[in-house]
Design a protein around this ligand. Structure first.
Ligand code: 5GP
Length: 194
């Protein structure tokens, strides 16, 4: 039985990464799909673990070669999910979790109708902005561009199967773990909405 393909999307600064890490720690038989990007590594990010960091030229060659399950330009950089890695894991019966933005999430929904779509957001746009500023990994320009994308993403949240509002990690963390556990346990079976 192929594993479940789980798409996690939502505004930058929503805490997707933290919730995905919680799911990876606690849910057996689940792997993270490492994306490729042309963005420069942030301090502490490791090539091949957080992202595969590529030049724009190489990324474009990968697009030409049809290597991506989906890809998108976001805030001036290219991001994409290499298809072969995800498919190998799914074929081996493992579930795979993607952390991708809205345009990519829509491509996956088109190409893989069995994917389960999870939207993660902060309780408000003000809180999203505050988290981006606190994280201090982005320039003011990049924060502005991410906030524009955040507004677009929030407007599209009804396109998703599930939503987790990440207000307090004490509740959103177990909610995420429970949801992902259920999806992994029942590949291909729709779960009634929360
Ligand atoms: P960051 O630069 O903060 O790591 O990521 C910026 C945005 O790109 C996030 O919303 C993240 O979910 C998204 N992203 C990361 N990897 C991919 C990918 O492979 N494809 C797409 N479409 N978006 C991605």
């Amino acid at each position: 039985m192929r594993g479940s393909l789980i798409v996690v999307s939502g505004p930058s600064g929503a805490g997707k990464g933290t919730l995905i890490e919680a799911a990876l720690d606690e849910v057996p038989n689940l792997s993270f799909s490492v994306s490729a990007t042309t963005r420069k590594p942030r301090p502490g990010e490791v090539d091949g673990r957080d992202y595969v960091f590529l030049s724009r030229e190489t990324f474009e060659a990968w697009i030409e070669a049809g290597k991506f399950l989906e890809w998108a330009e976001y805030s001036g950089n290219l991001y994409g999910t290499p298809a072969d890695q995800a498919d190998k894991l799914l074929d081996a019966g493992r579930s795979v979790i993607l952390d991708i933005e809205l345009q990519g999430a829509r491509q996956v929904r088109e190409n893989r109708p069995d994917a389960v779509m999870v939207f993660v957001r902060a309780p408000s746009l003000e809180e999203t902005q505050r988290r981006l500023e606190d994280r201090a990994t982005e320039t003011a320009d990049a924060i502005r561009s991410r906030m524009t994308a955040a507004r677009t993403a929030i407007a599209a949240r009804d396109e998703f199967d599930f939503e987790i509002v990440n207000d307090d990690l004490a509740t959103s963390r177990p909610a995420m773990v429970k949801l992902v556990e259920e999806i992994v346990r029942n590949p291909g079976i729709p779960i009634s909405s929360q």
